[in-house]
Design a protein around this ligand. Sequence first.
Ligand SMILES: NC(=O)c1ccc[n+]([C@@H]2O[C@H](COP(=O)([O-])OP(=O)(O)OC[C@H]3O[C@@H](n4cnc5c(N)ncnc54)[C@H](OP(=O)(O)O)[C@@H]3O)[C@@H](O)[C@H]2O)c1
Length: 346
Amino acid sequence: MGIKQQSKGRVPLVPGANPAGEATMRAVVQHRYGPPEVLELSEVEKPHPGRGDVLVRVSAASVHPGDYFIMTGEPYMVRLVFGLRRPRHGIPGRDLAGTVAAVGKDVTALRPGDEVFGWSAAGTLAEYACVPAENLVSVPSNVPSLSAAAVPTSGLTALQALRKIANVQPGQTVLITGASGGVGSYAVQIAKAFGAEVTGVCSTRNVDLVGALGADHVIDYTRTDFTRTEKRYDVILDNVEAQPLAAVRRALTPTGTLIPNSGHGGRWLGPLGRIIKARVLSGFTRQQLKPFTSIGKRQDLLTLAELLTTGQLTPVIDRNYPLDEAADALRYVGAGHTRGKVVITI
Ligand SMILES: NC(=O)c1ccc[n+]([C@@H]2O[C@H](COP(=O)([O-])OP(=O)(O)OC[C@H]3O[C@@H](n4cnc5c(N)ncnc54)[C@H](OP(=O)(O)O)[C@@H]3O)[C@@H](O)[C@H]2O)c1
């Protein structure tokens, strides 16, 4: 099922509003929090780049669980950040790839025609997006735009978790749960690129995929509970949190690092309960319990671009939806069984 088509949008239309041509564009909009049915395909005003901005003609945008939480407004604590009564930015989506259509006065590093990828807080499920220039880097020549669009948020999360938070070193043992998902599929490849011995945890249908991503060992969680084996890991990146914190800690070395990285939890606070528990516990153990929030950081996106260029990182694209089926894409992401990434082509 696609999304509601609006003849002309509720967002005001301003003719002749920007330097790159037409005044309006097609965009997915939402005027209230709720299930995927709240999404509408509308004709809206095309954004106008400010001095430091780039107007990108979007070719592809990827969606991830965070986009689902922002669409539904649950856990409710997301509303403190994204708007109390309705989403502050009417257009969903954060990650994108596309072609530079116009640049603001202060932008010198990019020119119209350049192929770029990156992130924008102002929404990317649209034909055009206005993006601060520092949120964009060039798409490596060996990478299709569709794949580049799948990288930013999930890739940055995996990279920052393994490099900045866990400081993974060659030879260390790293276990990644949700190894078949958006973050996990990048984390397996990045941990391998860092020289770690990687164990991926996934369901039976994804065992071959996680092995193909480079995992040295694959644990099928339908058959084996990794918290009940003798094996201990230097680093655990827990993208699923299917087991209690105490059980996951049993699989960690006495001074190992655990990153609880799930956005799930109760309807009000989401992961906050587990985050607080992990922070309190870390004061009483030599194990490092380090929940974190990934950030958009250009230098890290350049690292990911480098890994894409060298072939050490290859996005896994699970499904590809057209813009008018964005609701289906988010419904699928919300179900939590994604294999790699879900992309919307525009
Ligand atoms: N800290 C941050 O700033 C940050 C940033 C981004 C994302 N996140 C969070 O990171 C988590 C993962 O995100 P994602 O984009 O990777 O999610 P995703 O794409 O939905 O992937 C989840 C994966 O986990 C697998 N899975 C389900 N149950 C499992 C289990 N018991 N053991 C192992 N794997 C299991 C699923 O496949 P099967 O169902 O087939 O097994 C699926 O492939 C989310 O909770 C998200 O909110 C945090």
